[in-house]
Design a binder for this molecule. Structure first.
Ligand code: ATR
Length: 294
């Protein structure tokens, strides 16, 4: 078991907290943003044991920490942390019941936000040229990842969003928070239609498996998007392309865009994401995504 406090915190520092965080790209992304905008920051990775999240956050803020990104498996705990009188939370994080960005203010108050939704929307619309309005979207999964993006996708006025989950009940319950354009169902009960966009928000790709969706949801113009990011195309992306989808994307753009939104929350400056996305792809020897919407 790792030491809860096996990290060094210096004043006005930033960090990503999670378990695991060893391979997190957030420090690299935030340092590139900082270079670009001329803001000096320190940004670390902090691995926290399950059960030790609250203590780790208190320790970080008591040592002058200014802001945290929160990743798996602590986003819901971070949301719970923002439910006290001394904290404020953005409406989008409240809707998602999940927080990925914390800001510690000088007056001792805490602000929680969730930038995953804006990150996905920015990647789809600005980087990949996929306009969400009036499109049909199949969103696979009903866990934290999907909760985090659903509100932002819905705000862009798609024609419909079908949430399909292995545990159908979870998808149905989630859909009830929205209007009739959002419906929830089981993986094997997806309406027999071709969708404009099929998003994988399950944890299946992490284990190199598919979420178990029928290929009938794919048409000649469908784009598939895996919220996971890997150095190689994910199994879901390969499945999409080999079953007739036009384009396949991983979640690197979303990762960089959600970081850009967190950077804005903390520093009130919006960095340019494109060069950072390219720099990270290049680092892995991939100069372009396997499929492209443009
Ligand atoms: P998180 O909140 O961190 O996203 P989670 O709540 O465990 O994690 O949600 C993971 C999602 O991936 C869920 O939608 C889960 O389906 P269930 O709700 O039925 O558990 C889905 N998931 C995980 N592994 C999967 C697999 N092998 N095939 C299909 N769906 C999977």
């Amino acid at each position: 078991m790792s030491d809860l406090f096996d990290f060094k915190t210096r004043p006005s520092g930033y960090a990503v907290m999670g378990n695991p965080v060893t391979h997190s790209k957030s420090p690299l992304i935030h340092h590139l943003f900082a270079q670009q905008t001329g803001i000096e920051i320190r940004y670390d990775r902090i691995q926290v044991d399950v059960g030790g999240f609250r203590q780790a956050v208190s320790h970080f803020s008591a040592n002058g920490g200014a802001g945290l990104n929160i990743t798996v498996p602590f986003k819901v705990e971070a949301w719970q942390l923002c439910q006290t009188e001394k904290s404020r939370i953005s409406p989008r994080a409240q809707l998602a019941e999940s927080v990925n960005t914390l800001q510690f203010n000088g007056d001792g108050t805490l602000f929680g936000d969730n930038t995953d939704g804006p990150g996905l929307v920015a990647d789809l619309q600005n980087n990949l040229g996929f306009g969400i309005q009036d499109k049909s979207i199949l969103l696979i999964g009903a866990g934290g990842a999907v909760r985090g993006v659903l509100g932002s996708l819905h705000e862009c006025n798609p024609e419909r969003i079908v949430i399909a989950n292995r545990t159908a009940d979870k998808a149905v319950r989630l859909s009830k928070r929205f209007d009739q354009r959002v419906e929830g169902t089981g993986l094997h009960r997806v309406p027999n239609d071709e969708f404009d966009l099929v998003i994988n928000g399950t944890a299946a790709s992490l284990g190199g498996t598919l979420p178990g969706i029928d290929k009938k949801c794919l048409g000649a113009d469908t784009a598939v998007y895996d919220m996971m990011y890997a150095d190689q195309p994910t199994v879901f992306m390969k499945w999409g392309l080999s079953n007739g989808a036009a384009h396949a994307h991983d979640g690197l753009g979303m990762l960089v865009e959600q970081a850009a939104e967190s950077f804005y929350v903390w520093h009130r400056q919006r960095p340019d994401s494109q060069p950072v996305i390219h720099a990270i792809r290049k680092e892995h020897g991939k100069t372009s995504p396997p499929g492209n919407l443009c």
